[in-house]
Design a protein around this ligand. Structure first.
Ligand code: GUN
Ligand code: FE
Length: 488
């Protein structure tokens, strides 16, 4: 059935510094779940007439008039999350990457090899991620193909859009861990089995998949050169000119990790050069973290068309460092946001947005201090060391992520022709009253009986991004289908 929404719509645009706020939007979602048309300014007395003019009779359609305090935004795109690490969320923050992997992460991931474990854990993991407003996620599973097939099936059944991969890791990336695959060939065979499973999952009416397989070499340190050679061949054999093979991995997250990598891959001039050597740095590649990337690496990544998942919550929690988002953008690298659970301690992209803001402010303060000391200057027109604005943050969490996933033609903003992957947000809390941070009639130029003006909508968005939580996410739609939210 066609669904029609009437009310406030907020969306990023291709201009990173702008977003649209339209209080009286008429948005029509087709049977197939795409945004058929969108009129940005329709008086409420004109809604019926516009629908009639558009050839829609009122019997075949459901009209949803947004209530006071509600607005639509595109769903969040989490470009980096480890589904198998959710049971560890919020512990291990005293460690740094390599000892955290050894002491917390690998022991947990090992359990996904036990029968029934994935079935017990993953349904709630995926449900909670959807409730947090994530409509598309790039998931890392454990190294197990059966457990990761289970993850993909659950995502498919719940209706989320996703990329799902099992880790390729045939090498002990620390001295004594037993958590690695038996051989490079096993790693490839298991990957093929997972890809085959995912290719058989549900597609949309035009044949577009909801769940995509993604090649997931965990990071350079977890792969032998033999495995990297086999992965290179796998990429060559599975490439498709219309849609690049998706690949995800970690890069330059932690200083010790970078040093060890350069120690092992002696013939490579940089961390990025390792992935380049093995054909893994391409348009479909999503690189997690990128805290210590050099200018040359950023240039190479941009040239290859790969993107970076900025994971600020994790980078704080594991004391990894602060990734230079502005500098990446100055180099024309595509950037999205990732929760990186359980390096990150929250499934919500809202937490990631807040920490992305914090990182940009700390880099700004440091740069300002350096400028005062005469050590460096801000460069006009450059994004490096600038604070991220609300427009920038919204962009990174939605359209920026879509670009990183090479899905920007389909998702990431609320525009005609795109899939309706969206959140219905309310600034009222679950009692129906304005949330404590919701509109304040004394401060906001807003009358409870009328639609908000543009200024009020901008305030609502900023407050939702900084003070909101799952309770404010009333409906979660993927391809026009209601898949979650507090009112689902
Ligand atoms: N590097 C290799 N594996 C991991 C992981 O599971 N999490 C994070 N944050 N970094 C990694
Ligand atoms: Fe990660």
């Amino acid at each position: 059935m066609t669904i029609v929404f009437y009310g406030p719509v907020i969306s990023p645009t291709n201009d990173y510094d702008e977003y649209t706020v339209d209080p009286r939007c008429l948005l029509v979602v087709s049977d197939e779940g795409t945004i058929e048309w969108l009129d940005r300014d329709v008086q409420d007395s004109m809604v019926q007439q516009r629908l009639f003019e558009g050839g829609l009779s009122t019997d075949g359609i459901e009209i949803i008039t947004l209530k006071n305090g509600e607005f639509l935004i595109p769903g969040f795109i989490d470009t980096h999350i480890h589904a198998c690490q959710v049971p560890n969320m919020g512990i291990g923050g005293d460690k740094e990457l390599l000892s955290w992997l050894r002491d917390y992460t690998f022991p947990l991931e090992t359990q996904f090899g036990s029968p029934g474990f994935a079935e017990r854990i993953y349904p709630d993991v995926v449900r909670r991620i959807i409730e947090s407003g994530t409509t598309t996620a790039c998931y890392y599973g454990s190294l197990h193909s059966d457990a990761t097939k289970t993850l993909a099936t659950i995502i498919n059944n719940k209706g989320q859009r996703a990329f799902v991969g099992k880790c390729n890791m045939d090498h002990k990336s620390d001295g004594d861990s037993e958590y690695h695959e038996k051989s490079a060939q096993d790693s490839i065979d298991d990957t093929k089995a997972l890809f085959k499973h995912i290719h058989h999952l549900r597609k949309s009416a035009d044949g577009t998949p909801f769940v995509y397989p993604i090649l997931t070499p965990r990071f350079a340190l977890s792969c032998t050169e033999h495995l990297l050679e086999l992965l290179k061949r796998f990429v060559e054999e599975n490439d498709n000119p219309s849609r690049p093979l998706a690949i995800q991995t970690h890069i330059s997250e932690n200083m010790e990790e970078v040093e060890e990598t350069l120690q092992i891959f002696k013939d490579c001039s940089s961390y990025a050069a390792v992935y380049q050597k093995y054909g893994l740095l391409r348009r479909g590649t999503i690189l997690g973290h990128g805290v210590y990337l050099t200018d040359d690496e950023m240039t190479l990544i941009a040239k290859q068309g790969a993107g970076v998942a900025h994971c600020p919550t994790s980078n704080f929690y594991l004391s990894s460092g602060m990734a230079q988002v502005g500098k990446l953008l100055d180099h024309d690298v595509k950037v999205g946001l990732g929760t990186d659970v359980s390096g990150g301690y929250s499934l919500s992209m809202l937490t990631t947005i807040r920490n992305a803001s914090n990182v940009s402010k700390m880099l700004f303060v440091n740069a300002q201090a350096a400028e005062r000391r005469g050590e460096q200057r801000f460069h006009a027109g450059k994004r490096a060391n600038r604070k991220l604005t609300v427009a920038n943050l919204l962009h990174l969490a939605t359209l920026g992520g879509a670009k990183v996933c090479n899905l920007e033609k389909q998702i990431g903003s609320l525009d005609e022709g795109k899939a309706f992957d969206a959140l219905l947000v309310s600034v009222r809390d679950e009692t129906g009253n304005p949330a404590v941070w919701g509109y304040n009639p004394h401060r906001d130029s807003h009358n409870a009986n009328t639609l908000p003006d543009k200024k009020t909508l901008r305030i609502w968005l900023e407050r939702f991004l900084f003070c909101g939580d799952d309770r404010n996410i009333r409906k979660v739609f993927v391809q026009g289908r209601l898949i979650g939210g507090k009112e689902a």
